[in-house]
Design a protein around this ligand. Sequence first.
Ligand code: HEC
Length: 121
Amino acid sequence: MKKLFKIVLTGSLALLCFSCYYDEFLEEEEIIIDPTETVSFADDIIPIFLSDNCAQCHNATLDPDLRAGNEYSALVPDYVTANNANGSKLYTKLAQDNHRDLNATSLALIKEWINRGAENN
Ligand code: HEC
């Protein structure tokens, strides 16, 4: 009986830990961008580049050249395939490669912008 209690206790502790971890994981990953709201390159994406100061490194000396005014032509089509974020270096580099420590909302916006056609809007 004691042994059974131990097994049940260990089992529920493990389950408890896992469920906390799982909740945190979901909170971080599941950012849903409102489908009725526009994702704008000028208003939503460029500010991410500015706040992370991408152009400090990405300028005339390193592609993509993300200096002000040059961002769209530097990215599309070389680093962005419209409607395919997972096939776009801009997204995969930032999302999977730990290139920069962007927050989940910024990543979700970049993904949505690409998957909605990567317009220069
Ligand atoms: C501290 C310098 C630095 C900053 C800031 C920086 N990058 Fe980079 N980035 C690099 C270097 C160096 C490389 C090339 C080596 C590599 O692929 O990691 C690179 C590679 C890349 C690539 C892949 C290029 C290729 O040809 O494969 C992309 C896309 C990219 N960065 C986007 C960004 C974006 C967007 C930002 C801002 C959110 C940013 N980077 C901020 C240094 C930086």
